[in-house]
Design a protein around this ligand. Structure first.
Ligand SMILES: *Cc1c(COP(=O)(O)O)cnc(C)c1O
Length: 399
């Protein structure tokens, strides 16, 4: 039986997380935002918190550091709860790119690896960082092909290679079964933390970002997780990672624990935004978020089959719920003009991922079932009427 708009409204009425939507800034209710996996919405609490931190700066000046100094580890501990890591193992700092650079070099400095690896479909920055490190250190880098739908499998990983993989693949949305992989993997949690339960205690190393499902804002810092941080030393010996930071003349000695991965002065405004984003996620609870996300991607797939398959679409994401994250890629030969038309003519915000994917993300903190229904209804209508053939299909700088 066909799914109707009333079905979607009924799912919203029964949604235990429905009230969280009101805690986000939603300026334009007609705009259907299915890109929370690229940049999450602004929590109202974050807007207020940022004003408070700005006022604290104005009032306390340098005296504010009594509160700010621990922000990277305090925020890290809050995040640790969301990703199933022990306290003291997660540090919020720098971008994912920089954290990966620090982490890979720190691990290589132990002498345990001479071979690096990642998969061909991994996020570009992860591949670039590894290429640069391999070149600088004269190491072998294997970039192995993977199944485009199901992503990397344990048997793809070269034995003995320090390997970087995404927990959820940014294009297909494939979710890796971490327990089946060797512990030579550094996991990139950018597309999983905040939408999928992460059992970091099973991982030795991870990095991730906070501006997607954790709603910390554009360019917010990422994080690094090391199960045994005292075994590594950051390749950037900065004063914030120094053991007795304010005994200024001492030679460099890494601070105990994950703090040693700090380099310079942390961005306090950003950290406040990360703390708020993590707080609201923790409050909703990752299991409840996951349950809603699975139900929403399921609805999306059902509507695809009902409306879009006859229009030349196919599904580029695993249909098995336990094998996918919180976004669905719909493949179509005209994906790029369709994305442009969705944004310009239908007020639906997806993103385009080459070569042929319309990527639709559900962020269970604020996406409603009826948003999914209406977005796919508008998509169907637009392609049926050929509106995507009318838009200027010049490729823009940001997709
Ligand atoms: C978003 C994302 C990043 C972002 O890296 P930044 O350095 O923070 O820009 C990295 N890796 C993956 C898998 C991502 O999805």
């Amino acid at each position: 039986m066909a799914v109707t708009r009333e079905d979607a409204l009924r799912l919203d009425a029964a949604d235990p997380l429905a009230a969280f939507r009101d805690r986000f800034v939603i300026e334009d209710p007609h705009r259907l935002y299915l890109d929370g996996n690229s940049l999450g919405r602004l929590p109202k609490g974050t807007r207020e918190r940022l004003h408070r931190v700005i006022d604290q700066w104005g009032a306390e000046l340098v005296g504010g550091w009594h509160d700010w100094i621990d922000a990277p580890t305090r925020t890290g501990d809050a995040l640790a709860e969301v990703i199933g890591a022990p306290s003291g193992t997660v540090l919020v700092a720098d971008s994912v790119t920089v954290n990966l650079f620090k982490l890979v070099n720190a691990i290589l400095d132990t002498g345990a690896f001479t071979h690096l690896a990642t998969d061909q479909d991994n996020f570009p920055t992860d591949r670039y960082v590894l290429e640069g490190i391999a070149r600088a250190r004269g190491l072998e880098l294997t970039v192995f092909p993977v199944d485009p739908l199901y992503g990397p499998q344990p048997e793809d990983v070269p034995e003995g290679a320090l390997t970087v993989l995404s927990h959820v693949a940014y294009r297909s949305g494939a979710l890796a079964d971490v327990a089946a992989f060797p512990d030579t993997v550094i996991w990139d949690l950018s597309h999983s933390a905040g939408s999928v339960p992460v059992d970091a205690a099973r991982m030795r190393y991870a990095v991730g970002c906070t501006y997607k499902y954790l709603n910390a804002g554009p360019g917010a810092t990422g994080y690094v997780y090391v199960r045994e941080p005292d075994a590594l030393v950051s390749p950037i010996q900065g004063w914030f990672g120094q053991a007795r930071q304010f005994e200024m003349e001492r030679p460099y000695e890494p601070a105990p624990g994950i703090t040693r991965f700090l380099a310079g002065t942390p961005p306090i405004l950003v950290l406040a935004a990360v703390e708020e984003g993590v707080r609201i996620t923790a409050e909703a609870g990752i299991d409840a978020l996951r349950e809603k996300s699975v139900a929403q991607t399921e609805l999306l797939l059902t509507l695809h089959d009902q409306w879009l398959a006859p229009l030349g679409f196919s599904v580029g994401t695993p249909r098995e719920p336990h094998l996918r994250g919180s976004h669905v890629s719909l493949r179509h030969a005209e994906a790029w003009p369709i994305c442009k038309a969705l944004i310009e003519r239908a007020d639906v915000i997806p993103d385009f991922r080459g070569p042929d994917s319309v990527r639709l993300g559900v962020a269970p903190l604020y996406t409603r079932f009826v948003d999914v229904y209406d977005a796919l209804d508008r998509l169907r209508d637009l392609v049926e009427r050929g509106v995507h053939r009318e838009v200027d299909a010049t490729v823009s700088r940001v997709t």
